[in-house]
Design a protein around this ligand. Structure first.
Ligand code: PHE
Length: 468
């Protein structure tokens, strides 16, 4: 069942919304941390390779499937698999995507809640003053005061879900497109100013040579680069199928793909330049082992470093506001994938779908919110060794390490081998112009390069490598 009134993004609206979907905590929180972990430039290069060779072809495939069928993932697969071997089984891939969206949003919104809390905290520090004792107590306050408080965790998670639901309920144009059109330019502007400010920081030179200095490549950097590309570009779960279903037939899919991949990468790099310039400005003796825990960089180390710098009192709340915006435009897309399923397949109204699905995701997020110290059992459970301890880590592990790469692999195989060449070529050329050779290259990369790379990554995951 296709609802008559699906809504369509404007051309700029699509690029901003899809970039908003892609740009999120993955760019500002995960990417700099991973880059640091893998020694800088080498990881950046590997990541760029993964975006170009694996990410971009899958993104084009997802957008294409969405626009062709005007459906969210389950419907898109059902439609396109008609008369194809395996037939209805392919819709399971769509289902996997809806389930991944549900799961990822449940814990993503908990972390997003921390960013809201930090806007408030930084405002109060900037106005009331940031004393050295506060700097020293930051980590304890964060871990013991905030993370271990079930009430705080659930409240901020709930707040973020409400903001997400408040946008999605307004619909494709009045809600999603409008919020992205406002927040994304603000995000670019703030980040550009921060990059300019970072250029004058004493640590800028060191940050640049760190980010662009090449060292030897090791296998784990390649594996992490691929996992990061999936998460950061929002691939493998049908988010881009859903947004693609709102892309106008006048717009070019290749152009949109290049724009979204480019913007996502640019923001990750800009965020890294800012963070490393701040980090390298502070002498090693003072900053200590900055990256011992990924959650700690953004929420305990960074504010401390901010307040040690000139202009830090202004930059710090503005920076967290930027992270809130980035996270919100991603949570909107995650919720939309699930909501669109209920609207398209079950004929629910947007209001009904948003409230019921939103409430369900909020509820599923509660165990994650309580697994950061508030509840002993949830915080220490470890059913899968590689996932680490706690319900939160388990969900992140299952979604990032399994559901996205497997989803991406199946989407690549489906689009590369099962969709008719004339169909994919027609859709890629629609709104663009002739693309005979690029279409061939794209098709063969989905047939061979992408599956080979993902299977290699999955084999490595089975071998015990984790991506988080
Ligand atoms: N890409 C988002 C980020 O970088 C996360 C996300 C994953 C959003 C999958 C939608 C779908 O934060």
């Amino acid at each position: 069942m296709v609802s008559a009134n699906r809504g369509t993004f404007s051309r700029l609206g699509f690029v901003l919304a899809a970039a908003g979907c892609a740009i999120g905590l993955g760019n500002i929180w995960k990417f700099p941390y991973r880059t640091y972990e893998h020694g800088g430039g080498t990881f950046v290069l590997v990541y760029l390779g993964a975006v170009i060779l694996i990410g971009a072809p899958i993104m084009a495939a997802e957008i294409l499937m969405g626009r062709r069928t005007q459906q969210s993932p389950v419907g898109a697969f059902l439609d396109l698999a008609k008369g194809i071997t395996g037939g209805k089984l392919w819709s399971l891939v769509g289902w996997l995507g809806v389930a991944a969206g549900f799961m990822i949003l449940s814990y993503y919104s908990v972390v997003a809640g921390w960013t809201v809390f930090y806007v408030g905290k930084c405002l109060s520090w900037s106005i009331g003053g940031f004393a050295p004792e506060q700097a020293a107590a930051l980590e304890t306050d964060f871990v013991q005061g905030f993370l271990q408080s079930g009430t705080m965790q659930i409240s901020f998670h709930g707040l973020f879900m409400l903001a997400t639901m408040g946008t999605v309920v307004l619909g494709v144009q009045a809600g999603i497109e409008r919020v992205n059109k406002i927040l994304m330019p603000i995000l670019f502007i703030i980040l550009t100013f921060m990059v300019i400010a970072a250029c004058f920081a004493p640590g800028f030179g060191e940050a640049m040579s760190f980010l662009f200095h090449l060292g030897p490549v090791d296998a784990s950097a390649i594996l992490d680069g691929v996992g990061q590309a999936f998460f950061s570009l929002s691939l493998g779960m049908g988010a881009m199928i859903t947004y693609g279903s709102y892309l106008s037939r006048e717009d070019s899919i290749p152009r949109a793909t290049v724009m979204v991949c480019g913007l996502d990468t640019l923001i990750a790099l800009m965020a890294s330049v800012v963070m490393f310039s701040i980090i390298f400005t502070v002498p090693v003796a003072e900053r200590g082992d900055t990256f011992s825990d990924s959650a700690i960089i953004l929420f305990t180390t960074l504010p401390r470093l901010f307040y040690g710098l000139p202009g830090g009192a202004i930059m710090s709340p503005v920076f967290y506001l930027l992270v809130v915006f980035a996270a919100l435009t991603s949570t909107i897309s995650l919720l939309e994938v699930v909501v669109a399923y209920f609207i398209d397949r079950l004929g629910w109204s947007r209001r009904k779908a948003t409230s019921i699905v939103g409430a369900g995701i909020f509820a599923l997020g509660v165990p994650s919110a309580l697994s950061l110290g508030a509840n002993e059992t949830l915080s220490t459970m470890k059913p899968i060794e590689a996932a680490g301890a706690g319900f939160f880590s388990l969900f992140d592990y299952l979604a990032t390490n399994w559901m996205l790469p497997v989803g991406g692999l199946l989407i690549a195989i489906f689009a590369g081998w099962f969709l008719k060449s004339h169909l994919t070529r027609d859709e890629l050329e629609q709104g663009h112009g002739p693309l005979a050779t690029p279409h061939r290259i794209w098709q063969w990369s989905l047939r061979v390069v992408v599956p080979a790379a993902i299977i290699w990554v999955i084999a490595a995951v089975i071998g015990g490598k984790t991506f988080t």
